[in-house]
Design a protein. Structure first.
Length: 294
């Protein structure tokens, strides 16, 4: 294992995953969000199981990595990563935390797990303050996952600054070619390679055309693979890749959001995140490109 995209959620990590997977010298699993290091059951299976399960098809010359945004959600993850891969490289793709929180909220609304207004959610979370790993709800905790300074400061307890690449979604959107060349250079692969999909956006905000289709397709193909007759024809079919495509592209309908982020709430969140943004700038000696904080 050579690198991990550790997040942040709703910050363009699916697009980055696709761009890196397109490089001929990089190997990534077919499906994003492996979540090995934050899942107790998977982590207990050990390093050898992890490598065999997700990277057995990689060539020795490949630079190997995966992407899971949950790695920036739980405080115990950095130590787990370090315990198995102390020399690994980490990529943190960050987005204006205000926009990230709002995008997270809109996703929850579309999924039917949120009925409150965004302002109500913000006020409740700010009042409650930081919550422990055991009480985290990755579906409806919108604010805390944008505290990049706090989160990455925890990573610096285990990893050198030189192992962590801080990048911004806004740069990826505005200058995709120079952005991806910079990431390739960090991973020490050919930075002159430009993927054909570099300007394409993935995992767009939307709703499922057929709710639950990915789950049904996975169960159907898995059952067919167990059949002695169909197994012959399906043994090379990558179910994870099919399910990932359905979830991010094939079964997604673009939907216009009916909600608006008000100036009042934006100012509230700018004040809330200000110290954390300054922390991330000081830790990595890098200015953020977000006008709310400049």
């Amino acid at each position: 294992m050579d690198f991990l995209i550790i997040g942040a959620q709703k910050s363009g990590t699916t697009s980055l995953f696709k761009y890196l997977a397109a490089h001929p010298n990089i190997f990534m699993p077919a499906e994003k969000e492996v979540m090995f290091f934050n899942n107790d059951k998977l982590f207990s299976k050990g390093k050898n199981w992890y490598i065999k399960r997700y990277f057995q098809n990689a060539d020795p010359s490949h630079v190997k990595g995966e992407a899971s945004t949950h790695y920036m959600m739980y405080s115990f993850v950095p130590e787990r990563i370090y315990s198995l891969f102390p020399n690994i490289k980490l990529i943190a793709l960050l987005r204006n935390p205000i926009d990230r929180a709002y995008s997270h909220y809109l996703m929850a609304v579309r999924r039917g797990v949120e009925s409150r207004t965004f302002e109500q959610c913000v006020n409740i979370e700010i009042t409650k303050g930081f919550i422990s790993d055991e009480k985290i709800d990755h579906n409806t905790n919108y604010i805390f996952f944008g505290e990049y300074g706090r989160i990455l400061n925890n990573y610096l307890k285990w990893f050198k600054k030189s192992q962590i690449k801080i990048a911004f979604m806004e740069d990826m959107q505005n200058e995709p070619k120079s952005f991806i060349k910079n990431i390739y250079s960090f991973l020490e692969v050919d930075s002159n390679f430009i993927p054909e999909n570099v300007s394409k956006k993935y995992n767009i905000s939307g709703v499922a055309i057929i709710p639950g289709l990915e789950v049904r397709i996975r169960k159907f193909l898995t059952s067919l693979k167990k059949n002695k007759i169909f197994h012959i024809f399906l043994k090379k079919v990558n179910i994870d890749a099919i399910v990932f495509w359905l979830r991010t592209e094939g079964n997604v309908k673009k939907q216009k959001d009916e909600y608006q982020l008000t100036p009042k709430v934006r100012k509230l969140l700018a004040d809330y995140y200000m110290n954390d943004v300054r922390l991330i700038e000081n830790l990595f000696e890098k200015r953020v490109p977000w006008k709310d904080f400049n």
